[in-house]
Unconditional design. Structure first.
Length: 117
């Protein structure tokens, strides 16, 4: 199983970024997917979850209305569109999968997002 995040970078407050997570090594369409983030010195926190077909989505309260999670099962890729970014959104963003049949926990290497003026 491999999860590869991309799209992070430095952005000013109020700006936007789009993260991608390219998945391989498992049946992507059979696995719910999640984005997590971890700020320096803090615990990793769940940002958003999307079901296998994309019809069931949950967001953390801190990002609701600003972030949009989506997936393209034909491309084995998940996305996170982040708008109206705030300095508190700074951190390393991780892609997560817990695919059947093993339901083992898999993580990408992370992509850094820095929101600063």
């Amino acid at each position: 199983v491999q999860l590869v995040e991309s799209g992070g970078g430095l952005v000013q407050p109020g700006g936007s970024l789009r993260l991608s997570c390219a998945a391989s090594g498992f049946t992507f369409s059979s696995s719910a997917m999640r984005w997590y983030r971890q700020a320096a010195g803090k615990q990793r926190e769940l940002v958003a979850t999307i079901s296998t077909g994309g019809d069931y989505i949950i967001y953390a309260g801190s990002v609701k209305g600003r972030f949009t999670i989506s997936r393209d099962n034909a491309k084995n890729t998940m996305y996170l569109q982040m708008n109206s970014l705030k300095p508190d959104d700074t951190g390393v963003y991780y892609c997560n999968a817990v695919p059947p049949p093993s339901y083992r926990n898999y993580w990408g290497q992370g992509t850094q997002v820095t929101v600063s003026s």
